[in-house]
Structures are given as C-alpha cells and as structure tokens.
Design a protein around this ligand. Structure first.
Ligand code: NAD
Ligand code: UDP
Length: 327
C-alpha cells in the first residue's frame, strides 16, 4: 500500500498556513494543522476539515507535542504588529518555545523542518537591499522587539540544533507577504488599505508614507517553501558550505520596492468607486524605513523567483476581501 508522506503545519489555520496546508494536500501529503487560533481562524481551513488526509489539532506551540512526521513547517506566531504587540510576552514565547518544541520533536523523529523567520531580523536595516549575511539593526527593548528578537533567538536555536545535533532544519526569512485569507482586521498595510478603500474610510498612511516595503504574493512564497523542502540534505549542506553561511537560511520576497504612498495610490486605482481619502497618522516606533530582499541565494538554490507582480496580486486580494465582506 502506498503511504502518503506526513506533514505538520504549526500555525496551519493562519493566512500562510492555510495556503500551505492546501498545497501539501494537493502534493499528496497527509497534513496536520496545529494552531491555537490566536490570529488564525477555522474559516481559513473550513473546506479542508472533511478531507480524508487532513486533521486539525487545537494546541499551543509553547506546550510540547508529539507525532511522527516527515516534514514540519513551523509558522505559529502572531505576525502583524498590532497582534504581536497585544501580548508581547506570549509572542516571544510562541517564537522561542515554539521552535524549541519543534526542534526537539524533529530530533527525536528525524523530521525535516522548515522554520519561517522574517525580514524583521534585519530590523531597520542599514544595508540595502538586505542580504542573508547582514546581521541587522534591531532594538532589543522597543515595541517590535518581542517579535524581532523572538525570531532572532529562534534562528539561533535552528542554527545550533543543526550544527550540534544534526537536525535538518531550513530557514526562510520572509519579506512582507499578502493575499487571500489574511484577516480583515489583521492590521497589516495591504489588508488595512483594501478594507479601508472598500468601506470608503480614510486610508491611513503612517508617517509621510515614504517608507518602502517589497510585497510578495502568497503563492510565490508557498512555491519557494515546497522547492526548499524537496531538496535533499546533501545538496542543502553543500550549498550553504559553499556560501560560507553558518545555517541554511534564505530570503524569500518580491524585490519590487514600493513606498507606502504608492501602495495606497495603486489600491485606490484598482477601486475607482471608492470615496476614501489618504490621511496621515503618526509613524509607529521603530518602523523600518526601507526594505527590499536580495533573493540571489533563493534563485540559485531553488531555481525560483516570484512570478506575481504587485498589481496582479493586489487585484486577487481585493477580489477576496470584496467577496468575504459582501462589498
Ligand atoms: P497569521 O497570524 O495569519 O498566522 C499565524 C498563525 O499562528 C495563526 O493561525 C495563529 O493562530 C497561530 N499561532 C500564533 N501563536 C500560536 C501559538 N502559540 N500556538 C499555536 N498557534 C499559534 O500570520 P501569517 O502571515 O500567516 O504568518 C505565518 C508565519 O510566517 C509567522 O511565523 C510569521 O512570523 C511568518 N512571517 C509572515 C510574514 C508575512 O508577511 N505574512 C512575513 C514574515 C514572517
Ligand atoms: N502602514 C501604514 N498604514 C497602515 C498599516 C501599516 O502606513 O494602516 C505602514 C507601516 O507603518 C509600515 C508598512 O505600512 O511602514 C508595512 O506595515 P505592516 O504592518 O504591513 O508590516 P511591517 O511593518 O511588519 O513590515
């Protein structure tokens, strides 16, 4: 009898986790989504609950868990500034205790791990675009630190479990990613702007809107996850040894760089019926001024680059929010 490979997705009811679960099912995996539903919702996976190869486990990653999986994808952690700042201590715990529990499970069961890190490990970067060898410019005691430093410690744990114990763990530093299944009140810029424009409310530009971000559509990221996890270990080890990187870490993002004002303008261009006006609000503390990934490593290792430009991804995302909000 043919047995399906088994995958665990922590944070599987979240925005990215729900897309990943769908993709793994399509690729023939037996998928378990583990989530405490802090920012995720069962609505994101409602259509999967009856799937014969899917199961959902309500659990907090800060508590140990057990299961025999071939691959573990660690996504559990609140990701938007308003959510991760709501309970900052829990945010750091989700990152640090969460990855510890994943790595301990992988050590015992020999599972392969993909850990989702973030461009926030670069903080307010002094190197542009950001390369994996850049160590970052991060405040340890600011309002974003619970997330940034939690993710940095998680990277350290991944690097040490790999070096010291031989765990096959691979890390992806994700740059701003968007798409359907984002929570409408998530607070991140793309969901905020679309929901504001659909509701004819003011579009809130923080600061003067000149800060930049690079926006990656979710499907491009999930493709990178799958390519990375399908490589055999020897290929991954040889690649990072050749590049003299201490751990298996790559950036994934779309290098197209936009100011937040340009994003607001494009959103309004795609919703010409909206009567929303742009307004300016105070800049949050430690908000990075510029962000753009260097994706040369991902290109070389995975033969991958993002395919969906902002205009197209935004249209798909607007379509999703329009349908889900009945507007
Ligand atoms: P999300 O908030 O939609 O998903 C996170 C999921 O983790 C949610 O379903 C939430 O309920 C769950 N979760 C949170 N704490 C948990 C805990 N202690 N135990 C179990 N489940 C928990 O956000 P997302 O955008 O899908 O992010 C997924 C991962 O990718 C996160 O780790 C995030 O840091 C990382 N990431 C995302 C982006 C992005 O732009 N979307 C950028 C960089 C990194
Ligand atoms: N932002 C904004 N208006 C909003 C939400 C966010 O101008 O309603 C800005 C925010 O200050 C930041 C950028 O958009 O400069 C991206 O914010 P987001 O929270 O999406 O992600 P992150 O700051 O983590 O990159």
């Amino acid at each position: 009898m043919h047995l399906s490979p088994k995958a665990l997705v922590t944070g599987g009811a979240g925005f990215l986790g729900s897309h990943l679960c769908r993709r793994l099912l399509a690729d023939g995996y037996d998928v378990t989504a583990l989530d405490n539903l802090f920012t995720g919702t069962k609505a994101n996976i409602a259509d999967l609950l009856d799937h014969p190869r899917f199961s959902f486990v309500l659990h907090d990653v800060t508590q140990p868990f057990w299961g025999q999986y071939d691959e573990i994808y660690n996504l559990a952690c609140p990701a938007s500034p308003i959510h991760y700042q709501k309970n900052p201590v829990e945010t750091t715990k989700s990152s640090v205790l969460g990855i510890l529990n994943v790595l301990d499970l992988a050590l015992k069961t020999k599972a392969r791990v993909l850990h989702t890190s973030t461009s926030e490990v670069y903080g307010d970067p002094l190197v542009h675009p950001q390369v994996e060898t850049y160590w970052g410019n991060v405040n340890t005691i600011g309002v974003r630190s619970c997330y940034d430093e939690g993710k940095r410690v998680a990277e350290t744990l991944c690097a040490d479990y790999r070096r010291a114990y031989g765990v096959d763990v691979r890390m992806v530093r994700i740059f701003n990613t968007y798409g359907p299944n984002m929570h409408p009140k998530d607070g991140r810029v793309i969901s905020n702007f679309i929901m504001q424009a659909l509701g004819n409310h003011d579009i809130t530009l923080f600061g003067d809107g000149s800060q930049t971000r690079s926006f990656q559509y979710c499907d491009d990221l999930i493709e990178a996850f799958r390519r990375y996890m399908s490589l055999d270990r020897a290929t991954v080890d040889a690649f990072f040894a050749r590049h003299k990187l201490g751990a298996a870490v790559i950036n994934t993002g779309n290098p197209g760089e936009y100011t937040i004002r340009e994003l607001a303008e494009e959103t309004l261009r795609q919703l010409p019926e909206s009567t929303s006006k742009m307004v300016y609000a105070p800049m949050p503390q430690d908000d990075p001024k510029r962000r753009k990934p260097d994706i040369a490593l991902a290109k070389e290792l995975l033969g991958w680059e993002p395919k969906i430009p902002l205009r197209e991804g935004l249209a798909k995302t607007i379509d999703y929010f329009r349908k889900m909000s009945g507007k």
